[in-house]
Design a protein around this ligand. Structure first.
Ligand SMILES: *Cc1c(COP(=O)(O)O)cnc(C)c1O
Length: 307
């Protein structure tokens, strides 16, 4: 049985047209429907990592995140189903009340390791990671958000599914961006397949310059390998869009989320997709996207985080 079969992942995810603003062709790729529990873009990024873990018979996986992390939640469910012990390193006080996400993780048999803000800041440190691995007998440590070199390959599945259904390429692809892995995967795949699409990331946190740096770092090894320049992208940092920072929501966001559910019959999570869909509508209303006749917006999932 393949890993997607074991986990009951439903690919390809649906692709359908939606009306965001009049007289514009917008399609939505519904990665929120890939699985009832595993959050959409987290599955895309984890697939190559977990397939390799399965082949190499990894015995203990660990990763990092906050107390609402869609990544830890998705990974915890995968590990339970794959029968691999999992440790979640969580940036939270051990005495703080458990979030619904942490309650799920516990029920799935994960070990919860609460660490201070200061210790959490060391998560990218090689020596800290080595210490964690030996002291906890961890043989696979996955970065925060699941964004590493291999995860970009999994994100390419999105583009391949779209190309299998639509012969005409999209002019613009819009998605929310936080740790950058999903966006980097789309950029890489589009450039390597020679598609004319441009990728527009909507920053869900205050991170002008910082996010571009992360994307450059994720793309740099491929730039060297393929001699492509990967310039088919940009990130929008408007304060109206991110609303002042990660997990911050404005009144306009809240109204938009409710109205969207009412008009379209499907929900957008607060942290990521409310912001990206809101941004797309604003940009279209202000006629900023007139050079892109056909637009694709990626629904990345994340609805567990709303609980
Ligand atoms: C993590 C997440 C994102 C951000 O993806 P990155 O690859 O970290 O930029 C977007 N949407 C949802 C639902 C997520 O859980």
């Amino acid at each position: 049985m393949t890993l997607p079969e074991l986990l009951k992942i439903r690919t390809p995810s649906p692709l359908h047209q939606i009306e965001i603003a009049p007289h514009k062709e917008v399609w939505c790729k519904r990665d929120d429907l890939l699985h009832p529990i595993i959050s959409g873009n987290k599955w895309r990024k984890l697939r190559p990592i977990l397939e390799q873990a399965r082949t190499s018979q990894v015995k203990h996986i660990a990763s990092f995140g906050g107390a609402y992390s869609n990544h830890l939640h998705a990974l915890g469910f995968c590990c339970k189903t794959m029968n691999i012990p999992f440790t979640a390193v969580i940036r939270a006080h051990p005495n703080s009340p458990l979030t619904p996400m942490l309650i799920d993780l516990k029920a799935w048999g994960a070990s919860l390791a609460f660490v201070s803000r200061v210790e959490y800041q060391q998560r990218h440190d090689i020596s800290y990671q080595a210490h964690l691995k030996t002291s906890q007998k961890i043989d696979l440590l996955i970065p925060e958000g699941g964004s590493d070199a291999r995860s970009l390959e999994g994100v390419a599945d999105i583009i391949d599914e779209v190309c299998a259904e639509q012969t005409q390429p999209f002019d613009l692809i819009v998605l929310p961006v936080a740790s950058g892995g999903t966006m980097a995967g789309l950029i890489k795949c589009i450039a390597e397949r020679g598609l004319p699409s441009k990728v527009l990331g909507i920053a869900v946190l205050k991170g002008e310059g910082y996010l571009e740096g992360i994307l450059d770092d994720l793309l740099a090894p491929h730039k060297k390998q393929t001699a492509l320049d990967y310039t088919n992208w940009s990130i929008a940092h408007d304060a109206d869009f991110h609303g002042g920072g990660y997990a911050k929501m404005t009144m306009a966001h809240k109204e938009f989320k409710e109205q969207f559910l009412h008009e379209h019959g499907f929900d957008l999570d607060c942290i990521y997709n409310t912001k990206s869909f809101f941004a797309l509508r604003q940009l279209m209303i202000k006629n900023k996207l007139s050079e892109f006749p056909r637009i694709l917006i990626l629904h990345t999932g994340g609805l567990q985080g709303d609980r």
